[in-house]
Design a binder for this molecule. Structure first.
Ligand SMILES: Cc1cc2nc3c(=O)[nH]c(=O)nc-3n(C[C@H](O)[C@H](O)[C@H](O)COP(=O)(O)OP(=O)(O)OC[C@H]3O[C@@H](n4cnc5c(N)ncnc54)[C@H](O)[C@@H]3O)c2cc1C
Length: 537
């Protein structure tokens, strides 16, 4: 049990007395299931979540939460807590042997509410999601394990086991967020294919006894003097905890390597003799990169690790899963609310499939660089590292983890006209920008999301609202201080969309751009709205 965090234990839900039928059941109250449940509840859907455990995630798992995830969490109401507790960082430094090869800045430009990354233990994010879910009326049944299922076109019948006995319930829609060993994926006998990497990594989370001078930066070493021949990584977390990661190779004995007698000398070698620490958590992991072919199987839909798995390099697992939830929630809400055809849900596959592919590609390339699989690959890696120490051109070739970036759904069937070249176009997540509202500092993204918005780069036009399709609300962003508009005082909102004055952008409930128009023409906006809801082929 980690010393700095005590896992909450949630009360076991009673077993229901009679038959039940629920419109949406989410399997798994992990990072992704909880995010999805909260989003659905905010859209007004009754949601039931089932989890086999009675607590949030245990020990060392995700720590790097990316900007886009933080923006999604901000939309859902837990962003401020993450920013306050998390350790903000944006600088990565790469060392080769005993010399720094180069450093990189993940977010060189200012004017965003959320930083490139915060480091935060996964259990904190999950605990806050549980609290927010409860406040939003989500029913979570802890210690209700899904043991099996049967299904027809209209429903899935789940066999559930609890400490008080077994029961069954019907789900009209089942969202499988039950993690990498997904019971639901197995019960439906759906393939989950990809690569296994022959390597072992040691995670040692340590608490430094004295306040640390070590900066909150990601440090990655290739072949460091304290761990010759292998790679190593360090990251700062809240509560004075540091995540140290040591590559051990395939031949390492995982059980022996977890023993403090082996771990402590490794940690001491990395931190230096004078640094006092306590071990908080030790684990050994291996990893795989794999995915399901399709994430939607009729009325059973997969998200997060249940649908795709990546290595921890690049912090793409949890961040990608949260974006799955962000993508799926509004679509499900619109379909179940009768505002969009069921076909809208096919766009979840069309958008999140390529996103998973991109994450797997990046994760695999990093793994291949960190653990070369052939003599030729090793020779290439060593040549790149040697060159990177002295030559700028070689530095982008060093791959210690291409860190999670938001997916752009450039080829989405939901995209409407781009309007113009440059800036955030259809499929891209809307960029944030500082604005002033009634003279007070604010952020653009706070005014987007949850529903469809038409972002108009102009002073307010009171007549426009009545000419828009029902369900689209207006947000005016003006270059001048104008009542009823957000004041784009630094010009960054318009610049990031490359929007000419008078132009407009239709933004989806997940804050992705659907379409752009040189002028807010109501007929063109209505057509784009239909496309974004999957109402047009
Ligand atoms: C060492 C390590 C470091 C990582 N670092 C990062 C990082 O820095 N950033 C990042 O983004 N990602 C990281 N990840 C990945 C991240 O932890 C996962 O991608 C994330 O937890 C996936 O969330 P999930 O909700 O899909 O699955 P899970 O978190 O696995 O949740 C699944 C849930 O389903 C429940 N469940 C399972 N089976 C059943 C059943 N039959 N019935 C009912 N409930 C069930 C489980 O109890 C659990 O609560 C890391 C992973 C590891 C291992």
């Amino acid at each position: 049990m980690p010393a700095t965090y005590a896992n909450p234990r949630y009360p076991v839900a009673p077993t229901p007395a009679g038959p039940e039928r629920h419109p949406v059941v989410i399997a798994g109250a992990g990072l992704v299931g909880l995010t999805l449940a909260l989003d659905l509840a905010r859209h007004g859907l009754p949601v039931l979540v089932l989890d086999e455990d009675d607590t949030v995630s245990f020990g060392s798992r995700a720590i790097c939460f990316a900007k886009r995830t933080l923006e999604i969490f901000d939309r859902l109401g837990i962003g401020a807590a993450c920013l306050e507790k998390g350790v903000t960082w944006q600088t990565g430094r790469v060392f080769v042997r005993d010399r720094e090869a180069y450093a990189f800045d993940l977010l060189p430009e200012t004017g965003h509410r959320c930083p490139a990354f915060v480091n935060l233990q996964q259990y904190y994010a999950e605990e806050w999601l549980v609290e927010a879910c409860r406040a939003a009326g989500v029913a979570i049944r802890w210690k209700h394990r899904i043991a099996g299922l049967t299904r027809d076109a209209a429903r899935t019948t789940l066999a559930i086991e609890t400490p008080d006995g077994a029961y069954a319930l019907d789900a009209e829609w089942l969202i499988a967020c039950d993690g990498v060993r997904s019971t639901i994926r197995r019960a439906l006998d759906l393939p989950f294919e990809g690569r296994t990497f022959r390597d072992h990594f040691l995670i040692a989370d340590v608490v430094l006894k004295n306040p640390s001078e070590m900066p909150p930066q990601r440090w990655f070493w290739f072949d460091p003097p304290f761990h010759p021949g292998w790679s190593a990584l360090r990251h700062k977390q809240p509560d004075g905890v540091w995540r140290l990661d040591f590559q051990l190779g395939w031949d390492a004995d995982p059980e022996a390597e977890k023993h403090p007698d082996k771990v402590i000398p490794r940690v001491r070698a990395m931190l230096g003799e004078g640094v006092e620490f306590e071990l908080e958590w030790v684990s050994i992991y291996t990893f795989r990169c794999r995915r399901m072919d399709r994430f939607r199987h009729g009325r059973v839909i997969f998200a997060g690790d249940a649908a795709h798995q990546v290595s921890p390099f690049g912090a793409r697992g949890g961040n990608g899963g949260v974006q799955d939830a962000d993508n799926l929630a509004w679509k499900l809400a619109f379909v179940l609310g009768g505002r969009a055809p069921e076909a809208l849900l096919d766009s979840y596959d069309a958008e999140r499939g390529p996103a998973a592919e991109e994450n797997i590609l990046n994760s695999t390339r990093t793994a291949d660089f960190v653990t070369p699989r052939s003599d030729a690959a090793r020779a290439y890696r060593d040549a790149v590292l040697a060159l990177a120490e002295r030559h700028e051109f070689a530095r982008p070739l060093v791959n210690s983890g291409r860190l999670s970036r938001p997916a752009t759904y450039g080829a989405s069937p939901l995209n409407g006209p781009p309007g113009w070249d440059g800036g955030a176009g259809p499929g891209a997540p809307a960029p944030d920008a500082p604005v002033l509202r009634d003279g007070r500092p604010d952020w653009l993204l706070r005014h987007l999301g949850d529903g469809f918005r038409l972002l108009v780069f102009d002073t307010p036009d009171p007549a426009l609202a009545a000419r828009l399709p029902a369900g689209v609300s207006l947000v005016f962003v003006s270059a001048e201080e104008t009542p009823g508009a957000l004041w784009d005082h630094a010009g960054l909102a318009a610049a990031r969309f490359a929007a000419p004055r008078g132009a407009a952008a239709l933004i989806r409930p997940d804050q992705h751009v659907a379409a752009r128009f040189r002028a807010p023409d109501p007929a063109a906006i209505a057509a784009a709205f239909d496309i974004a809801l999957g109402r047009r082929p």
